[in-house]
Design a protein around this ligand. Sequence first.
Ligand SMILES: [Fe+2]
Ligand SMILES: [Fe+2]
Length: 194
Amino acid sequence: MKARDYINSDNNKLLIENIGEKRFNHTIRVVETAEKLAKFYETNIESAKIAAYFHDCGKFLDKSLIWSKAEKYGLDIEDEMRQSPQIIHGFLAAKIIENDYGIEDIDILNSIRYHTTGRTNMSTLEKVIYISDYIEPGRSFEGVEIVRDMIYKNLDMALYTALNQTINNLIVNDIYIAKNSFLARNYYLLEYKR
Ligand SMILES: [Fe+2]
Ligand SMILES: [Fe+2]
């Protein structure tokens, strides 16, 4: 199905209700960024727009809802998710779109699942979604420009730098690091120099 079948006023309304206006505006900027990157890196543009549109649909304005939603959608909460609850929303979002929208495309589902942590050996679509979420024009944190400058030159280097900066922040703030993040960081350290 085409992105227009999902990105429409009915779904916008539902998404705004669940994730709030601010995150919805972020979502739209991720869709626009992902579309450009998908074009440039010649991966499926429709898939990129759909994955970007739903990437944060597992994040709720009422944060406590995440546990009941996880139960409702049959998401297994692994030990690591309890240490690092911020990684749950990607896995939950994939469950929600599979269940509520019948989206079965494994590349779209994985792009959403791993948009917070990254992982080793990501597909082009997975990289596009991870990076678009990180550098969309509304982002203004320290270090974002460094990654923006890399995205059209070396996507793996951009990915590595984003992972590095994210892990650095987790360390500085005394926050648990999901294993996919440091495995991905080491993987892309070697990969971007190829
Ligand atoms: Fe997210
Ligand atoms: Fe996001």
